[in-house]
Design a protein around this ligand. Structure first.
Ligand SMILES: [Zn+2]
Length: 252
């Protein structure tokens, strides 16, 4: 197997980590660890997914999260409830309805509410893992104006959306390019995500930073697992599996 180039980086992550997704996360963990040669990826933690899976009240899962963090997994704050409970109008309403299936929690929040949830999530997860979180990533990668304003004040080192990774304090863009991800919630979305990842495997080997994001629902379809596996194998040969923190001193 050829050695990946040290100046090209692969940033992989497991989304929607919490007590309610433990089994699926463990399956994805095994897959990423095997393909990336160790725990060289991130987890996006939801403090209370859909108000049904509070991390605060689950010491067993807290211990697991801390062990993963101790092993080197970077932990991001990924919203609080994940679900979008706000009402939207105009362009935000279109985005919320068509792009997120109601999972864009931070799309419609005002600045004060967004900041409170960011700070609460940061405090909770840092208390659990005993170290700083790596950053904040909004559910469905969707940020409204309130979320952007709050991010500048919340003290996170990193944030990302569909197209880039940036430093919220300075605004500096640290990596550019689409994130490769899969959709399990409908046959059509699954098909288009399979097609996109196949194109990405052809088109992105020359991109400096490649991001791959997997979700608990991906384990429900063998076609998705096969595509994820092929994509991980592909980029692990051209890009160095890296920590997000390592790109903080690189240019996009
Ligand atoms: Zn998510």
């Amino acid at each position: 197997m050829p050695q990946p180039r040290a100046d090209k980086r692969l940033l992989a992550s497991i989304h929607d980590v919490g007590p309610g997704s433990e089994r699926q996360v463990e399956q994805l963990f095994g897959m990423l660890e095997a393909r990336l040669g160790g725990p060289r990826f991130a987890m996006l933690v939801v403090p209370d997914h859909w108000s049904q899976h509070p991390l605060r009240e689950n010491p067993a899962f807290q211990a697991k999260l801390r062990a993963w963090s101790d092993a080197g997994i970077e932990m991001f704050v990924h919203g609080w409830f994940h679900r979008d409970t706000a009402t939207h109008s105009g362009a935000a309403q279109f985005k919320a309805k068509h792009m997120t299936a109601g999972e864009g929690e931070f799309l419609g929040l005002d600045e004060a509410t967004a900041l409170q949830r960011m700070q609460d999530g940061k405090a909770l997860i840092e208390d659990v893992i005993g170290r700083e979180t790596a950053g904040f990533i909004a559910p469905a990668w969707l940020y409204g104006d309130g979320a952007h304003a709050a991010l500048a004040k919340a003290g996170f080192a990193l944030a990302e959306d569909h197209w880039k990774v940036w430093n919220p304090a300075s605004g500096a863009v640290l990596a550019k390019g689409p994130v490769i991800t899969w959709a399990s919630r409908s046959r059509m979305r699954t098909a288009s995500s399979l097609a996109f990842s196949a194109i990405a495997r052809q088109a992105l080997p020359f991109t400096r930073t490649v991001r791959i994001a997997v979700h608990p629902g991906d384990v429900t379809k063998t076609s998705l697992l096969a595509s994820i596996d092929a994509t991980l194998r592909c980029f692990a040969t051209t890009h160095q599996p890296s920590r997000y923190a390592e790109i903080n001193d690189l240019k996009a």
